[in-house]
Design a protein around this ligand. Structure first.
Ligand SMILES: Cc1ncc(COP(=O)(O)O)c(C=O)c1O
Length: 351
């Protein structure tokens, strides 16, 4: 059976299925920004709305320049896509030839295996340690002369933990395979490793506007990598796959430092609150979600209980390497976090 990517449920779907008003649904299942979009991005999109009659400027120079300033590297090393999933899908399918191997430490974001299989490659799964940290020795032990890619996600979806710079450097030095580091949640973490792209040609770091910038529906992602691969990608990418409003919204969002700070501070306080109040085992998180082991409860039973109250969280039994008691909860606004904790307390006392 080919792997399939299973996204979190939408608010519309849950409202319809459970007969709840759409505006009463609390969506904490897809790691979006509970504050909504960056207001500057919204303003810029409105201002440039009439430009949808023209094609975007091919090459995306203005967007790449703004990203280069944001991440601190040369614009020539930056590529953009219609979300980071699109970008990885385009580049990695081009790189993979049949029988290539990709090492994937699990549990992690399940889209990587979908890309590898679609490119007729083979996934080699390596377990993370008991605390979900990346086991660099296990990855090195899994490398063969057919290893083309190594996927790392930090902070990791769904477990929320980061990777240490020293461990990443050790891995980068021990292989020529391309290490794809997914930093979709970098803004919420204590450190990023994007600077290492300037020192290691076998490192690619992907990022997204879908999380901290609140632009998941706009579809905009980027990556930083060596210039040669960046060049290949620009030749390969579907012309105009990033639309004009995403360009304008993305540039404006990068300049909206006040919104970014508000978002990060809401997330830091919220994840601390959730970890303190939840009557279940939680794990430390450097992302905008908290990973939970609901044992002795079954995650789907708890999920169903919450859905009937209009609260969406994510069961993790569909992630390779997770159990049927694992859950992922996106940090919401304070009132949403409180409603969630109250509902889970009710579940625990009634079960
Ligand atoms: C680790 C990770 N990478 C990438 C994505 C998707 O990013 P985008 O919306 O830019 O395609 C997600 C979304 O949940 C994610 O969790």
């Amino acid at each position: 059976m080919p792997s399939t990517y299973i996204p979190g449920r939408s608010a519309e779907d849950v409202a319809r299925a459970y007969g709840i008003n759409l505006d009463q649904v609390i969506k904490l299942g897809s790691n979006e920004n509970a504050l909504g979009p960056s207001p500057r991005a919204v303003e810029a999109i409105k201002r440039h709305l009439s430009e949808i009659s023209v094609y975007p400027s091919l090459g995306y120079g203005d967007l790449k320049d703004a990203l280069a300033r944001y991440v601190g590297c040369a614009a020539e090393r930056i590529i953009v896509g219609n979300g980071s999933d699109d970008l990885l899908n385009t580049l990695l399918r081009y790189l993979l030839v049949p029988d290539d191997q990709a090492v994937i430490p699990v549990p992690t974001y399940s889209y990587y295996e979908v890309i590898v299989e679609a490119g007729h490659g083979t996934c080699v799964y390596v377990d993370r340690a008991a605390d979900f940290s990346v086991d660099v020795d296990a990855i090195i032990g899994a490398l063969t002369d057919r290893t083309k890619l190594i996927f790392l996600c930090a902070p990791n979806n769904p477990t929320g933990n980061a990777i240490e710079k020293a461990a990443l450097k050790r891995l980068l030095r021990s292989t020529e395979a391309l290490v794809v580091l997914d930093e979709a949640y970098a803004e919420f973490a204590s450190e990023s490793h994007i600077d290492l792209v300037n020192h290691f040609d076998n490192l690619m770091v992907s990022r997204t506007f879908s999380k901290a910038f609140g632009l998941a529906g706009l579809r905009l992602g980027y990556a930083v990598l060596n210039e040669e691969l960046a060049h290949s990608y620009d030749r390969l990418m579907l012309a105009f796959s990033v639309n004009q409003l995403a360009v304008k919204g993305g540039i404006a969002a990068l300049s909206d430092r006040a919104f970014l700070e508000r978002t990060v501070s809401m997330v830091e306080l919220g994840r601390q609150y959730i970890r303190e109040k939840l009557p279940l085992k939680t794990y430390p998180s450097e992302a905008n979600f908290v990973f939970v082991d609901a044992a002795p409860y079954n995650s789907r039973e708890l999920l169903e209980y919450l859905l009937r109250k209009g609260i969406i969280i994510r069961n993790c039994d569909t992630f390779r390497g997770c159990s049927n008691s694992h859950l992922r909860i996106t940090v919401g606004q304070p009132w949403q976090n409180t409603a969630l904790i109250d509902a889970i307390n009710e579940f625990v006392t009634s079960t």
